[in-house]
Write a protein that binds this ligand. Structure first.
Ligand SMILES: [Zn+2]
Length: 129
């Protein structure tokens, strides 16, 4: 195990595992997800969440819409009609690509938070009409 093998692991190590913020399942490294408009870097979780990763942090708005549209089976009209909290939930994390971990830094829920580089979006179950 190396020189830290005898140490009791701190909870911090659990916090930094790359887990879906909705269901706590480990997620895979972002990959190129093909869409009708091109592709985005991200993936999906078994719980239905879609994540989108923007290492530059400059196009988080786009990354968010990519994830939301993908969650809507690429129905952009539907995606643009959805309301946060009512129709879907979003979570923001700081992903570290080098070692495939999440930063344990607290992240605000503000998408404009400049340290955020990954967005998770999950549609809420729609009420049957
Ligand atoms: Zn999940």
């Amino acid at each position: 195990m190396g020189k830290y093998g005898q140490h009791i692991r701190e909870d911090k190590s659990v916090l930094t595992e790359p887990r879906c913020p909705f269901c706590r399942t480990l997620f895979e490294r972002p990959r190129e997800v093909s869409t009708i408009l091109g592709y985005f870097s991200g993936g999906t979780c078994g719980c239905g969440a879609v994540f989108s990763y923007d290492p530059t942090r400059k196009n988080m708005g786009e990354a968010f819409m990519d994830a939301l549209a993908y969650a809507c089976n690429e129905d952009w009209d539907l995606a643009q009609s959805l309301e946060s909290e009512k129709d879907f939930e979003e979570k923001f994390v700081i992903y570290r690509e080098n070692d495939h971990t999440l930063s344990s830094k607290a992240v605000s829920s503000n998408p404009k938070d400049r340290i955020v580089n990954m967005i998770f979006v999950k549609l809420k179950k729609r009420q049957t009409e």
